[in-house]
Design a protein around this ligand. Structure first.
Ligand code: NAI
Length: 295
């Protein structure tokens, strides 16, 4: 089993490390525009692996041919928002990067599944899908899995126990919504507080440590594992929709079954009117953003 990473920054390196620790990976390839960084991360990861008595083939560099025959490629390359940069500036820059990466993946690893992480993720996921021309089950994004982990953490902090299901869905961003009708746990909680805290907790982490890293890395690992080990788990995933929940031609977060074919199914629950409105609101915001970028 081979996992590719485009982007050897905080997210790329930490998610590679998490995958390495929790799975038996045969090969890891890390590509970054900063060649030394990718080579250095690959070396460091190989040393970590040996400490676990594992000897996978780990290579890093700036040459995309390293990605050949990857089962799945995690794309976290791009810029983070800098002071003075608007949301649209960032989206325009990252869209250019994603477009370039899409072409290179199709040249060297056209069979690979692609997990998009770069923000604004749902928009980048759609652009990756358009630019690769791949089937929609093979290109998907990580966002709501992380938002849902944050929800679970906040639920527990407010007294919930035995949390069996708790999802944030829609956009991985401001318009995401709590899927209250699906939530399944023991005890009562103050929903308003939980929702408010879930929405703002990422900004708090960024304010304090500059970035979110471990949370995203574990969510990436969970999604990669579902695909490479064909677990058929239900995971909130950014999917290019084609009529599910009445929405078409945009990517946003929905419950999905992940397995060896990537997104094997969008699970269509009987959501409340309010929740269905949440999907529609996210879809219209994301379509507007795509339009701004010429899609
Ligand atoms: P980082 O700045 O540490 O790493 C980004 C890497 O991308 C750098 O090593 C850079 O050299 C590389 N890069 C830039 N342009 C490239 C290109 N054209 N080709 C190849 N590599 C290129 O950033 P970090 O913290 O790893 O975050 C990466 C992205 O992930 C950001 O867009 C961030 O907003 C996003 N993110 C998404 C999350 C989600 O839940 N979807 C969670 C956390 C971060």
């Amino acid at each position: 089993m081979k996992i590719g990473f485009v982007g050897a920054g905080r997210i790329g390196a930490t998610s590679a490390f998490t995958c390495l620790q929790h799975m038996d990976v045969d090969e890891i390839a890390i590509v970054d525009i900063m060649e030394d960084l990718a080579v250095g991360e690959a070396m460091d990861l190989a040393h970590a692996a040996a400490g676990l008595d594992k000897y996978p083939n780990i290579k890093g560099g700036s040459d995309y041919s390293l990605l050949k025959r990857s089962d799945i490629i995690v794309v976290s390359a791009g810029l983070a928002r800098k002071p003075g940069m608007t949301r649209l500036d960032l989206a325009t820059k990252n869209a250019g990067i994603i477009k370039d990466i899409a072409g290179k993946i199709m040249e060297y690893a056209p069979e690979s599944k692609i997990l998009v992480v770069t923000n604004p993720m749902d928009v980048m996921n759609y652009i990756m899908w358009k630019e690769t021309g791949k089937p929609r089950n093979e290109v998907f994004g990580m966002g709501n899995m992380l938002d849902s982990s944050r929800l679970k953490e906040r639920l527990y902090a407010h007294g919930a126990r035995n949390i069996r299901k708790a999802y944030m869905l829609g956009e991985h961003g401001d318009s995401m919504f709590l899927a209250k009708s699906l939530a399944d746990f023991d005890n009562e909680v103050d929903w308003a507080k939980v929702e408010e805290e879930t929405r703002f907790v990422a900004a708090e982490v960024i304010k304090r440590k500059g970035a979110t890293i471990f949370g995203p890395a574990v969510s990436i690992f969970r999604m990669v594992r579902a695909v490479v080990e064909d677990t058929k788990e239900e995971i909130p995933t950014s999917v290019i929709l084609d009529g599910e929940y009445g929405i078409k031609d945009v990517a946003l977060g929905v419950p999905a079954i992940l397995g060896k074919n990537g997104v094997e199914k969008v699970v269509e629950y009987d959501f409340s009117e309010e929740e269905l409105e949440g999907f529609k609101r996210s879809a219209s915001i994301l379509k507007e953003r795509l339009k701004e970028l010429g899609y």
